[in-house]
Write a protein that binds this ligand. Structure first.
Ligand code: DON
Length: 567
């Protein structure tokens, strides 16, 4: 680990914060409550599949795996076998927590400059080597109780017999088909269009026979059924057809990594999240460590002061992300980033009376002035083990490349590398060294599955999709619960904001301006550029555990869709 020499000159005010009440009620009456285990995610059917494995005596890990395979069928925009992600596993009590990093990697033939030429940015070339199946298998080999095959068979059935589309999935399918050229994305249209080619309606059944067959192969042969043999060959042939780089050797070589979770604290809570190759945990810890230096006013969650502080902390945390974070196998990440004193220095440069222009924070990073789906599953079992898992194809439906003969989508995760070496601009493009492309390297993610504990007991399991907004969505939910004593439903429903250093603007969910217009005006007066978020920010399916009764309240985020199940 290397040290950072940059210091911040402006001193700051330090404030101690009162310890939160142990018995804080973070569950709300209207959401489903479960005593022995629960699953919440974007798809009600997939949550039910996960909950069924809990009822059969499976662990939270078994349930997360069964849910993930079901989501690959029922939520094709992001559920996947052709993508990657992170599973955070936190047992009750003193058991050892783990992160399974099943992030995709760049194929062996990838080069640093492979996307400099815009004409080279084709759908097939954006595909990274998928990690999901070996990642889930690693989690199962270490923490599973039920048979692997049993966890996949419900997904096989959903794919083979079909399932009823909800309004969200019907809408997403219509949207992706509408924006995808029929010739270039012929397989996408063949697999996902309604047989009579008219628009999908809620309640219509989507049947995926080829996907059912591939899932059955994985159920019978284990992960090698995906990474070797017929399925690997189908992927490689698809790549060759479209000029993609992933080969059978890349697939054979792919390995997930078990890592130690990133541990930080905020006020009286312990925050467990994911270390690099995701930037999620580190960026979240940086922002929270900065925020800890200011005392929250419990009655002023929506004041300009509170929003200003949050945006300034986000701005600074994302600047550090751009400067230092990348695949730890190739990047020396400074250990100080996680130190409270480091965040205190950063927080010291926040001016309470005005926004700091992002350029002012660039430091040694050259910034030029040049003139944009994922899904989260939260699980808890009867033993108190929590699983927080976020996985993705990158954009909605990934590369939109469906493997011919396989009926499944491939990711476009190569998007997450810094494509233009050296080009960091005020529009938000990052060109810094730590996340430049290299063969076999993991591209930097923002995924941020979290588990929050107090006094050694799990309080909250959360996470979100949303690309670079992910960390800020999680930050908003955590701050709502820990600082502003909201119950989990209110914390999830509350309006969100996002600042990512560049572009130098705050994106707010429209409800923030509607509910708190004066605070938003005041933020403008402080010098912030405020814009409405392009769509709602994130989709944070959350579990909250009552500190006394240990009842689990499942809080689906209704921004997209969502459902919970348990017992
Ligand atoms: O790993 C990441 O950070 C991104 N590929 C996630 C993309 C995403 O969340 C898109 N979803 N809304």
């Amino acid at each position: 680990m290397r040290r950072i020499s940059r210091l911040f000159a402006i001193p700051l005010c330090l404030v101690a914060v009162a310890r939160a009440d142990d018995a804080q009620k973070i569950a709300c009456g209207n959401d489903s409550q479960f005593q022995h285990g629960a699953v919440v995610c974007v798809s009600q059917v997939a949550s039910e599949v996960g909950a069924e494995s809990l009822k059969r005596g499976g662990t939270a890990i078994d349930a997360a795996i069964a849910t993930a395979f079901a989501l690959a069928v029922t939520y094709p925009a992001a559920g996947n076998i052709g993508g990657g992600g992170y599973m955070l596993i936190v047992p009750a009590g003193r058991g050892e927590s783990t992160v399974i990093d099943f992030r995709e990697v760049a194929p062996a033939a990838a080069t640093r400059d492979m996307f400099v030429d815009p004409s080279a940015r084709t759908a097939h070339r954006r595909v990274g080597v998928p990690g999901t199946v070996r990642g889930l298998a690693l989690a199962h080999s270490r923490h599973g109780r039920l048979a692997w095959r049993e966890l996949i068979l419900p997904a096989v059935k959903l794919a083979r017999d079909g399932f009823a589309l909800d309004a969200a999935v019907a809408g997403e399918l219509n949207k992706v088909l509408g924006r995808s050229d029929r010739e270039q994305f012929a397989e996408l249209h063949r697999v996902y269009a309604r047989p009579d080619t008219v628009a999908w309606q809620p309640g219509d059944r989507l049947v995926q026979p080829e996907l059912a067959r591939v899932l059955e192969i994985i159920a019978n042969k284990g992960p090698d059924g995906f990474y070797q043999g017929e399925v690997a060959q189908l992927i490689a042939s698809e790549m060759e057809r479209g000029g993609g780089l992933v080969t059978t050797n890349d697939l054979e070589a792919y390995q997930p990594i078990a890592r130690k979770p990133l541990r930080s604290t905020y006020r009286d809570c312990e925050i467990l999240s994911v270390p690099p190759s995701s930037s999620g945990g580190t960026t979240l810890a940086l922002a929270l460590n900065m925020l800890e230096n200011f005392e929250p006013n419990p009655s002023a969650r929506w004041s300009a002061t509170s929003q200003h502080r949050m945006a300034e902390c986000m701005r600074r945390a994302y600047r550090e992300r751009a400067a230092y974070l990348g695949d730890p196998a190739t990047t020396d990440i400074p250990a100080e980033l996680m130190e409270k004193s480091y965040a205190r220095r950063l927080a010291g440069s926040i001016d309470p009376a005005k926004a700091t222009p992002s350029e002012q924070l660039a430091g040694e990073l050259p910034v030029t002035n040049e003139s944009e789906h994922t899904t989260h599953v939260s699980v808890m079992d009867g033993d108190g083990t929590a699983v927080s898992m976020t996985y993705t194809l990158e954009q909605a439906f990934g590369s939109r490349v469906v493997v011919r003969g396989g009926g499944f989508l491939l990711n476009d995760e190569m998007n997450d590398f810094n494509w233009l070496p050296g080009v960091t601009n005020n529009k938000g493009r990052i060109g810094t060294l730590p996340n430049q492309i290299a063969p076999g390297k993991r591209m930097l993610s923002s995924m941020c599955p979290v588990v929050v504990r107090r006094d050694g007991r799990t309080l909250l399991v959360s996470g979100s999709p949303g690309g670079r907004t992910i960390v800020n969505t999680v930050l908003c939910v955590l701050v709502n619960v820990i600082d502003y004593r909201m119950d989990a439903r209110a914390a999830v429903d509350a309006p969100r904001l996002h600042h990512a250093w560049f572009p130098d603007e705050i994106r707010i969910e429209p409800s923030l301006a509607k509910q708190h217009p004066m605070a938003v005006d005041e933020l403008r007066r402080l010098g912030h550029k405020i814009l409405p978020s392009r769509e709602s920010q994130g989709d944070a399916h959350t579990l909250a555990v009552d500190p006394r009764s240990r009842a689990i309240t499942a809080v689906p985020d209704h921004r997209v869709s969502g459902g919970a199940a348990g017992h």
